[in-house]
Design a protein around this ligand. Sequence first.
Ligand code: FE
Ligand code: FE
Ligand code: ZN
Length: 291
Amino acid sequence: MLLIGSHVGYKKDTQLLGSLEEALSYGSNTFMFYTGAPQNTMRTPIDNSITEKAIAKMNQLNIDYSKVIVHAPYIINLANNLDINKYQFSINFLKEEISRCEQLKIKYLVLHPGSHVGLGTSVGIKNIIDALNQILVDTSVTILLETMAGKGSEIGVTFHELKKIITGVNSKKNIGVCLDTCHLNDAGYDVKNFDQLLDYFDEIIGIDFIKCIHINDSKNECNSHKDRHENIGFGTIGYEPLIDIIYNKRLENIPKILETPYVGAKAPYKLEIEMIKNKKFDPKLKEKLSN
Ligand code: FE
Ligand code: FE
Ligand code: ZN
């Protein structure tokens, strides 16, 4: 069964129930959320009664909650330890984030591996491994390292970098990968030949490590190292290749999450999900949203 959704909001009053309702309004059967604002680390306490209501509703609707994703805030950086206080803050925040996921009964937490900011890739990777080995102790949560576009000094741009991190992590059951189609394209991988790319990923890391895939078109050419998402079918990857990825049999049970940009003030997800389910590109999608 196709598992399709988008990233959705998470508000302190409505929490998981609000996120679920937003996802349902788009026609989704899965979703991803941040436990607060993605760009900061302010977090409010979780109300278990709201979580229980949301899970009960998902059970009624046959939504597999074990595949709903949390994304860690992107200011967390495990790769640079020049400012030891900032490094320690990132580690502590992620430990708390894992506790929040446990309280929410969430299994998968997506993480940007980090940016080395001048320390070099191998030192950056070592810092990430050291941090993850402090964080991934005695937990039911699996951290999914996201494939990155290669903006600035990002780590996790090549499969070999991700492989090095995974090799260094002691608890293999707590580590996985989240592919991002825009990031893969911008990193220089040919997502238009996705089966070949999956073969290559399988050779380096192993396809079973993939637990989530972010579906985004890209505003920039392959190998641009830019990371600017575009709506499905409106970028350099294009509608057909993205449909091929979404319906690829080898990733059938993996949640597909849209992180495409709003058009004006409007979320594109309802229309994009329709366009994915219909398997028919709608060239008027942006026009419809700007009216
Ligand atoms: Fe991300
Ligand atoms: Fe992403
Ligand atoms: Zn991105």
